[in-house]
Design a protein around this ligand. Structure first.
Ligand code: G6P
Length: 605
């Protein structure tokens, strides 16, 4: 949610800031701006809209010369997406510029105080208080002003701060919003995410909450919240620049869909050793665990919904799935006998972090399944399994979801072995299914050359219903989310058996219903529901195995998937549905990688 970048060095800052912002655009894209220092003053340029518009306005940065600068791409929270509300914000005396990701919760009282002292505000944002506080507290010592300002702020903030009186340094501050420092030679950087840094350096310092840093061209000094300098570990960024590029695909989403077999393999490979699942260095004693609670947001939540079946079946432990935004305020019945599993691609989702902290405060240990190394959730969790999917840039997750599923399947098998809830023969059988997933996902991609045609048929629909039972229902949830978030077609998922309790009233002539029927044990039941909706005029697109002749003759259209053990089938079934959503969105001319109103990393409540 909002992306920030900063550069200090010998090169012109603006082109580097623009490049960095392009990489961060997935975090928010309703307005953008940069501020560059030169000859003792700060020049600012802002636009409503995308980074491309900012690049055009600044003639690719050439209109703002200078070697120190900060930039921002915004996902509006306080105030509409306008030029005035775009960052960087500047102080009344023009000596300070600030970019901010997060929310200043006490901004109204600060705003009132600052206005009473005579500061005027140009924007409706919460951020603007920061820059006026900087002006108020600055008495020739920038570090002191940064500390005094930070001490007044409540909420979450990653800040980048420039002061024209101090042209050879800039400050970066972190509290509950991601911020990474890039360590270069004769130049240094900060950014919300490593994707903005990898083109320039592979050496990164992950700031922790309460820490701040002073960057000069020659060095970085990190301080704790009391202002004490200390040395912080420099980590190596493992993602390479190609991983964050489109690689010949028209959209990141398409690339990431196609990458899934490889990504799932990367999630599994380091954890399959000597014919068994080995979960890194974790020593989770599952014997005392009475309940597993899985919490997450969006697709990650749906990954939890799908994997619940595998964990319960294999580990014989009840699994409860909770939306993080609900769990955090629910005063949950959780204690040390609960294992919390937290799912998050970004590792920065605000509600998920809060839910995790709430459960940890009740005594539960948290196992995080996260993609982004060094992210907040990874750091705060008691145990962490990285999904190793590589950078996911498209706002709508694809490989993030399937690798989360894979990590959960691995956990389920690991638990089964630990708890001896399945015998060795069954364990080995399940392990083979898991190992085959990348191949089966590839087949699911290859065996549906008709998806583009289907998209042409269905893309004008006003709404779509996705139905299924059991694991098929879990996939329907994610299938419908994919469709609505990128194609803007209203899409709802229903447990097929629930249709007749109300929703069937909405079925009329020509209504598309996407019916998932991949779980043999209950296919007959879902087929009855297909018959019911067809009787009311629905156009049924079924997702099933090729040998399911009954469905083939019943449905209007088919998407085929290879046969997979139902416990693990979600990872395969979802793949053609992602592609279908992609093609429908493309038919509708939607901005697939950056759907309207969304952002990938939701760091606000
Ligand atoms: C946003 C993204 C989704 C994602 C959700 C949770 O809504 O658009 O794709 O599933 O956040 O994100 P996380 O990073 O915690 O998995």
């Amino acid at each position: 949610m909002c992306g920030i970048v900063g550069y200090i060095g010998m090169q012109n800052a603006a082109p580097i800031l623009l490049e960095g912002l392009k990489k961060l655009e997935y975090r928010g894209y309703d307005s953008a701006g940069i501020a560059v220092m030169q000859n003792g003053s700060i020049a600012v340029s802002k636009v409503t809209g995308r980074i491309a518009a900012l690049a055009e306005k600044t003639e690719h940065g050439s209109l703002l010369p200078g070697t120190v600068g900060i930039g921002h791409t915004r996902w509006a929270t306080h105030g509409a997406p306008t030029d005035a509300n775009a960052h960087p914000h500047t102080s009344n005396d023009g000596r300070f510029a600030v970019v901010h990701n997060g929310i200043i919760e006490n901004y109204l009282e600060l705003r009132k105080e600052l206005m009473e002292k005579g500061y005027h505000f140009d924007s409706e944002t919460d951020t603007e208080v920061v820059v006026h506080l900087m002006e108020m507290y600055y008495q020739g010592d920038l570090k002191q002003a940064v500390m005094r300002t930070s001490a007044r702020l409540c909420g979450s903030y990653a800040l980048g701060i420039l002061c024209s009186d101090e042209p050879n340094r800039m400050f970066a501050v972190r509290e509950a919003s991601p911020l990474i420092l890039g360590v270069g030679v004769g130049e240094n950087f900060f950014a919300s995410d490593v994707t903005a840094l990898v083109a320039y350096t592979r050496n990164a310092i992950y700031l922790d909450d309460g820490e701040f840093a002073e960057l000069t061209p020659d060095g970085i000094q990190v301080y704790d919240c009391t202002g004490q300098p200390f040395r912080k570990k420099v980590s190596r960024i493992s993602w390479d620049i190609q991983a964050a590029e489109k690689g010949g695909y028209e959209h990141f989403m398409r690339k990431e869909i196609m990458e899934q077999p490889r990504a799932v393999k990367a999630t599994m490979a380091p954890r399959l050793k000597d014919g068994q699942v080995v979960l890194d260095d974790m020593e989770i004693d599952l014997h005392g665990i009475r309940k597993i609670v899985i919490t997450a947001c969006g697709s990650a939540y749906y990954a939890g919904c799908a994997a619940k079946y595998a964990i319960e079946k294999l580990c014989h432990i009840p699994v409860q799935i909770e939306l993080a935004s609900e769990l955090r305020y629910s005063d949950p019945l959780i204690d040390a006998t609960t294992l919390l599993i937290v799912l998050s691609q970004s590792g920065e989702t605000a509600d998920t972090i809060a839910a995790m902290k709430e459960c940890q405060s009740h005594g539960a240990k948290a196992l995080a399944i996260v993609n982004v190394v060094g992210s907040t959730i990874a750091k705060l969790a008691d145990y962490c399994l990285y999904t190793w999917a590589g950078p996911e840039i498209a706002v709508a997750t694809t490989k993030g979801y399937t690798t989360q599923l894979t990590a959960l399947y691995l956990f389920a098998l690991y638990g089964a072995k630990e708890l001896r809830t399945v015998d060795e023969a069954e364990y080995q059988k399940k392990l083979q299914v898991l190992k085959a997933l990348p191949k089966l996902m590839q087949q699911a991609l290859d065996m549906n050359p008709n998806l583009e045609q289907l998209a042409k048929k269905y893309h004008r629909a006003h709404s779509m219903f996705f139905i299924g039972r059991n694991t098929d229902y879990a996939v329907a949830l994610e299938g419908a989310l994919k469709m609505k978030e990128i194609s803007y077609i209203h899409a709802e998922s229903y447990a097929a058996g629930e249709l007749k309790h109300g929703t069937i009233a909405l079925i009329s002539e020509g209504q598309p219903v996407i019916a998932l029927c991949c779980n043999d044990a209950i296919t007959e039941k879902t087929m009855s529901n297909i018959v019911e909706v067809k009787a009311r005029g629905a156009e049924v697109l079924a997702v099933a195995c090729r040998d399911n002749q009954k469905i083939v003759s019943l449905a209007d259209d088919m998407i085929f998937v290879p046969k997979v053990e139902p416990l693990f089938s979600a990872a395969v079934e979802i793949v053609p549905l992602q592609l279908l959503a992609y093609y429908v969105a493309r038919e509708n001319g939607c901005d697939i990688d950056k759907p309207k109103n969304l952002a990938k990393s939701v760091t606000v409540e």
